[in-house]
Each structure stands twice: as structure tokens, then as C-alpha cells.
Design a protein around this ligand. Structure first.
Ligand SMILES: *Cc1c(COP(=O)(O)O)cnc(C)c1O
Length: 411
């Protein structure tokens, strides 16, 4: 909150650097004996304000903003996993995260076991090893819209002495606050609904402050960090141990830093997030219901539909709505899908999802176009699948657009 006479709107501190009157003062900042800014790779006042806002939205003790969602997942995992460690992840996660874990982290010596998110506690328990350091899932998976049973994952993680990290990008803290169901760390791609205007890439890591790191599994947090003059994060920082380590060690070394200008844009998005999510959800539900009874549509996947497999879980964890993304199949397969897409006027063909404008993607002819129909089915992306990200336009305009585009598809 601005003080008397200060700017009402969050100012952009477009500065890498901060000026001090004495080197003694700067020394205290480095010792973390006093709080303040010294270099924007570590912290910046504009970014800091946004971090505090997101931490409050999620009910965490603090947050670190990053340059992208991918950077947030990287930071969240590397903060507690080293070469030789293992992690468990839901198989139903964003493709980029799946590559990060299964390919790039594997090259770094961190092994991942992907589990079916619907598997029983006993089945998932079998995936744990001596060196397992975390469990990862998505509240509402992009793009499959699988809803995670957060309490099941949290119980399993805690029984095995490791934290649960949840990617809450699609639900946003407006629709779900995973910390309330036992998640320890929450990550986001803020590039989606939080920004909401498709103008700035970004990510964030939020810490609940609830996890007890002191049980011997996380020496990086409980033994001296020689690169930070012997600091023991759990001893010296208490509940903030994970966040302080992530910032002073990993942000320092990896520089996954967002720009102050992007933090300003993200803040603008956050100011209307609660209103936009309401509209995204009511629009998406209305569109899903309309598609469901349309003769040219063969199936609709939206967890807000009562007939959806994940409806009960979505009601438990997201009682006020899920998100604006739906997927559906069109009769006539690949060819009909292309005709329909080309007929759309309001909805734009883009690769992005989860912003204010309705957009649409046909994976079989774009992101997955190198695959045959049989390979597509195996990847869970049928040739007729259309992914639609319902925006905040008037719902009648969106449905009118769908109606006229479907009229372009032969019976
Ligand atoms: C987009 C996305 C990411 C990656 O975020 P970027 O900001 O594009 O790096 C991670 N998780 C989910 C669920 C996403 O939708």
C-alpha cells in the first residue's frame, strides 16, 4: 500500500542497482542482517510487491517471481533436489514441465517417476524410493483438465517425509488454494490467467511455510551453505528457509529473474483476476453445455460438466468453477476440425491459452502435426480434438461464432 503522497499505482523500479550511504550498510544487506535491495537479480521493489500480493492470494508466507513458468518449476525442484535424487510427478502435467523433468533434469542426474494421477494411494506409494525428494502435480492439468486429488497426494508425500509441489496455473488461487489442502509449495506460470492479457511471460514459487525440512532428507537446507558464509537456512531463517535458499543461492546463481516491467504488467492482471476468472468459468460452462447438445460435436471435456469424470473432485477443490479451457471433438475428424477452425471469426487460432480473448487450437494440424492418426490417439490427442480457451467476451458472441463456424462443416 502506498504511503501518504506516494504513487497510487505500483511504480516500475527500472533499476538493476540501489544506492547506499555506507559500505557498512551494504555489508549488513549481504549478511541478511537488514532487509533491503542491492541487485535486481536477487530482488527488486516492483517484483517484491507482486510477490507479496501472490503470496497473500495463495495463503503462503512468501513468494519468488521468476522469468517464466518453466523457471518457477526449475527453481522449485532444484532448491531441494540434487544429482542422484528422485522425484514423483503426475503423468498428467503440462508438456513443457514433462520435458523439463523427463529430459533436462534427467540429464542433470535427477530421476523422475511419472504416475497416473488417478492411481490409488497404494500404487503411488510403490513409486517412492529412499532418495525421493518431492511429489509434483497440477491442480487442473493443462491440457487434459485432469483434476488432482490434492489431499491424496499431500498425504502420500507427507507420509514419506517429502513436500508436495503443485502447479496451480489453470485454477489460480481464485478457484483453488492448494495450501489449504496440504500442498507445501505452489508454482504458477503467471503467463496464463494471472497476467490474463498475453503480454508477459512469468512464473512464481509460493511457500506455505508449513513443511518441516529438519528431518535429515534435505541437507541443503539444514547444513551450512559455504557459498553463503555458512548460513544454515532452517536454523537462521526458520519458516522462510526454503524461500531464502531459493533466493540467495539459486536466484543468485541461475538468474531466473523477471523484469520489473513484466512484474508491473503482471500486477495489472492480478488486479482483475477475481473478476476475469468468474467470467471465464461461467462462459466456459455455458459453451460446454451448448456444445454437448450440438449434433456436430461428438464429445466435450470440461470438469464443470456434471457428466465429467472429474466433476466430484472439481466440486471438492474448485467449488466456484475450474477454468476457461475446454476440449471437444468434432464429428468428421481432422478434416471437419480444420473446416470449423478456419470458419471462426471471433476466436483466434493461437498456441497460447488462458487469456482474456477466446482462442482455439487444433493440435493434430499444429503442435502434433508430425504424428499419424494412430500416434495421436496414443498421445491422448485424438485427430478430432479441438482445444478452446474461452475468453471474457459476452457469451452470446462466443456461441454465435461457434454456431456460424459449425455451419461451415458439412453434415
Ligand atoms: C504454460 C504453463 C507452464 C509453463 O509456463 P511458461 O510461463 O510458458 O514458461 C507451466 N505449467 C502450466 C500448467 C502451464 O500452463
Amino acid at each position: 500500500m502506498p504511503k501518504n503522497g506516494e504513487a497510487r499505482v505500483l511504480p516500475i523500479y527500472q533499476s538493476t542497482t540501489y544506492k547506499y550511504d555506507s559500505s557498512e550498510h551494504v555489508g549488513k544487506l549481504f549478511d541478511l542482517a537488514e532487509s533491503g535491495f542491492f541487485y535486481s537479480r536477487i530482488a527488486n521493489p516492483t517484483v517484491d510487491a507482486v510477490e507479496q500480493k501472490i503470496a497473500a492470494l495463495e495463503g503462503g508466507i512468501g513468494a519468488i517471481c521468476t522469468s517464466s513458468g518453466q523457471a518457477a518449476s526449475t527453481l522449485a525442484v532444484l532448491n531441494i533436489c540434487n544429482a542422484g535424487d528422485h522425484m514423483i510427478s503426475s503423468a498428467a502435467i503440462y508438456g513443457g514441465t514433462s520435458n523439463l523433468f523427463g529430459v533436462t533434469m534427467k540429464k542433470m542426474g535427477i530421476e523422475v517417476t511419472f504416475v497416473n494421477p488417478d492411481a490409488s494411494e497404494m500404487e503411488i506409494q510403490d513409486a517412492f524410493r529412499e532418495n525421493t525428494k518431492l511429489v509434483f502435480t497440477e491442480t487442473l492439468a493443462n491440457p487434459t483438465l485432469v483434476v488432482s486429488d490434492i489431499e491424496k497426494f499431500a498425504t502420500l508425500a507427507h507420509k514419506n517425509g517429502v513436500p508436495l509441489i503443485i502447479d496451480n496455473t489453470f485454477a489460480t488461487p481464485i478457484n483453488c488454494r492448494p495450501i489449504e489442502y496440504g500442498a507445501d509449495i505452489v508454482v504458477h506460470s503467471t503467463s496464463k490467467y494471472m497476467d490474463g492479457h498475453a503480454v508477459a511471460l512469468g512464473g512464481v514459487v509460493v511457500d506455505s511455510g508449513n513443511f518441516n525440512w529438519d528431518k535429515g532428507k534435505f541437507p541443503g537446507l539444514t547444513t551450512p551453505d559455504e557459498s553463503y558464509h555458512g548460513m544454515v537456512y532452517t536454523r537462521d531463517c526458520g519458516k522462510a528457509a526454503y524461500l531464502v535458499k531459493a533466493r540467495v543461492q539459486l536466484m543468485r546463481d541461475l538468474g531466473l529473474t523477471p523484469s520489473p516491467n513484466n512484474a508491473f504488467l503482471l500486477n495489472l492482471g492480478l488486479e482483475t483476476l477475481h473478476l476475469r476468472m468468474e467470467r471465464h468459468c461461467s462462459n466456459a460452462l455455458a459453451v460446454a453445455k451448448w456444445l454437448k447438445i450440438n449434433d456436430k460435436i461428438s464429445w466435450v471435456n470440461y470438469p464443470g460438466l456434471e457428466s465429467n469424470k472429474y466433476y466430484p473432485l472439481s466440486k471438492k477443490y474448485m467449488p466456484n468453477g475450474t477454468c476457461g479451457v475446454i476440449s471437444f471433438g468434432i464429428k468428421g475428424g481432422r478434416e471437419a476440425a480444420v473446416k470449423f477452425m478456419d470458419g471462426l471469426k471471433l476466436a483466434a487460432i493461437v498456441v497460447h491459452v488462458a487469456d482474456a480473448r477466446t482462442s482455439v487450437l487444433h493440435p493434430a494440424s499444429t503442435t502434433h502435426r508430425q504424428l499419424s492418426d494412430a500416434q495421436l490417439v496414443e498421445a491422448g490427442v485424438t485427430p478430432d480434438l479441438i482445444r478452446m480457451s474461452i475468453g471474457i467476451e459476452h457469451v452470446n458472441d462466443i456461441i454465435a461464432d461457434l454456431e456460424q463456424a459449425l455451419a461451415c462443416v458439412p453434415e
